[in-house]
Design a protein around this ligand. Structure first.
Ligand code: NAD
Length: 509
């Protein structure tokens, strides 16, 4: 046990830093002494840190700490929790550049285009949920002069939050401040490949939080993640990750009737209507495709439906723009696009590309297989790839590739394109690009997705609702309404007024 989150190597040794987990206010190694090496996506095989390989024993300790901390945290006046969250927001802001650099190092997300905005959104989310902490309000029923009938929104208890690796700080920002503002305590399981920014975030939070209110466990999904899902002391599982893993977690959480929310995968349509092909449209399509995040985003508009009137022009201009984007070292300010998280993802994206390249119906407008020589071959770098000639039944148009790959599909009729857009098991995001605002909005209303953007393609903003339809998820947490729906439960209290029950005699002075 140590007061510090980092164990330095012995003097004279240059081994990478060893980071510890946060349990009950202490920085600890795994109970069984296991470690896991964290490697750089930008330099194959290069170890940047080691973290504890937490397992069921560590999860058990963390849940016990969170349970112990819960009553006092729950019972605070909201102003106290608000003060703490706002203090954390300021502290995170003061160290935002450090958070961004650590994100770039362990996720491979480019510093300028991705990691910095993620750190800044984290700050905004702490500030937002701190600000609305007093809005966790109940209702009163007008039940007559002799009744007081009201509801309280009470916290759920201990929240087990499980994070993916693609944008850890942003997703922690969707869960941690919301759960804390509502009075819950947390055990956070960082993604095995990208835990470093989360440990740094925890270090900053811990300076302002009572021990045990936020605990962070590192380790694999199979050991630490599963132990959290199955732990009877965890009242809610808040999971963000793949649909496949989410389905398994839902089964286990359902078996013990734990509260659950799931933010899962997507295969999001982006529909371009006829009209002027402007620079703004092309920039919007680049943003919505999440190419600067290596396409590793659940809201990536990776199925690009182009009306035949603008099909060729959009393809030509978009492929020029994608081809001009600079792929490189995530820490280099000049890089627009960084590296893919790990070898498995790198290989999986390459397989999709090989599939597309082997298909005579598909045409590569830009990109293709990753470079096999030069500096980019030293890391897990893919280049932006745009296929045309696709149809909605192609594997590349149906499965979540989670790489910088977009498939363009031509369309002629609005009903057909809405049908194709909705013909997917997913329902997370969607984009509509249309100068006729009436048509744009009626189309948005017809799409089976939890989040539709019209004529813009940026990321989530604080305060908005966020979550999936169909197999993209269950529940909402991000927004004031999401915080109340996702991190509280309703208690109805009915009081008879003017009761003739004689109060018990008071003792003492
Ligand atoms: P993943 O499902 O493999 O892992 C997510 C987390 O779950 C990790 O922390 C992992 O350790 C843990 N985990 C794995 N198996 C587990 C188990 N059996 N029990 C408990 N925990 C387990 O996902 P990933 O590869 O890290 O992330 C990519 C996926 O996440 C993509 O499908 C993407 O679309 C999705 N995602 C969704 C959103 C959203 O908001 N909807 C956001 C980001 C990522």
């Amino acid at each position: 046990m140590t007061e510090h989150s980092v164990l330095s190597p012995p003097a004279g040794e240059s081994s990478p830093p060893t980071r510890l987990m946060l349990i009950g206010g202490d920085w600890v190694a795994a109970a069984d002494g296991g470690w896991r090496e964290i490697t750089s996506p930008a330099r194959r095989g290069s170890v940047i840190a080691r973290v504890p390989r937490g397992n069921a024993t560590d999860v058990d300790r963390a849940v016990a700490a969170a349970r112990e901390a819960f009553p006092a945290w729950r019972d605070l006046h909201f102003k106290e929790r608000q003060r703490v969250l706002l203090r954390i927001a300021d502290a995170l802001e003061g160290r935002a550049e450090e958070l961004a650099r650590v994100t770039a190092e362990d996720t491979g997300n480019a510093l300028r285009t991705q990691a910095r905005p993620e750190a800044s959104l984290l700050v905004d989310l702490f500030r937002y949920f701190g600000g609305v902490a007093g809005e966790v309000k109940g209702t009163t029923l007008p039940a007559g002069a002799t009744q007081l009938q009201y509801t309280r929104q009470e916290p759920l208890g201990v929240v087990g939050a499980i994070l993916p690796w693609n944008s850890p700080l942003m997703i922690a920002g969707f869960k941690v401040p919301a759960a804390l503002a509502a009075g819950n305590t947390i055990v956070l399981k960082a993604a095995e490949d990208a835990p470093l920014s989360i440990l740094l975030m925890a270090e900053i939070c811990e300076e302002s939080l009572p021990p045990g209110v936020l605990n962070v466990v590192t380790g694999t999904g199979r050991a630490a993640g599963n132990a959290l899902v199955e732990h009877p002391g965890v009242d809610k599982i808040s999971f963000t990750g793949s649909t496949e893993v989410g389905r398994g977690i839902a089964g286990k959480a359902g078996e013990r009737l734990a509260h659950l929310s799931l933010e899962l995968g997507g295969k999001n349509p982006s529909i371009v209507f006829p009209g002027a092909v402007t620079d703004e449209l092309i920039e919007g399509l680049v943003l919505s495709s999440r190419i600067s995040r290596q396409g590793q985003s659940c809201t990536a508009g990776s199925r690009l439906f182009l009306h035949r009137d603008v099909h060729d022009e959009v393809l030509a201009r978009l492929s020029d723009r994608l081809g001009s984007m600079r792929v490189g070292d995530p820490l280099d300010e000049a890089s627009d696009i960084g590296a893919v998280i790990n070898e498995t993802q790198f290989g999986s994206i390459r397989e999709y590309l090989e599939d597309g390249l082997a298909d005579p119906a598909l045409h590569v407008e830009t990109g293709g297989l990753p470079p096999t020589s030069g500096p980019l071959a030293e890391g897990f770098y893919h280049v932006p790839t745009l296929f045309s000639g696709g149809d909605n039944s192609f594997r590349l148009a149906r499965e979540e590739i989670f790489g910088p790959v977009v498939v363009a599909i031509a369309w002629d009729d609005v009903d057909d394109v809405v049908g194709m857009a909705n013909d997917t098991a997913y329902g997370l995001g969607a984009y509509v690009w249309c100068h006729d605002i009436d048509l744009a909005i009626t189309t948005a209303h017809r799409l089976e997705a939890g989040w539709v953007q019209v004529n813009q393609g940026g990321g989530q903003v604080v305060g908005q609702s966020y979550g999936g339809y169909k197999q993209s998820g269950i529940g909402r947490e991000v927004s004031l309404e999401g915080m109340i729906a996702g991190f509280t439960q309703t208690k109805q209290v009915n009081v008879r007024l003017g009761s003739t029950v004689t109060p018990a005699p008071r003792t003492g002075p």
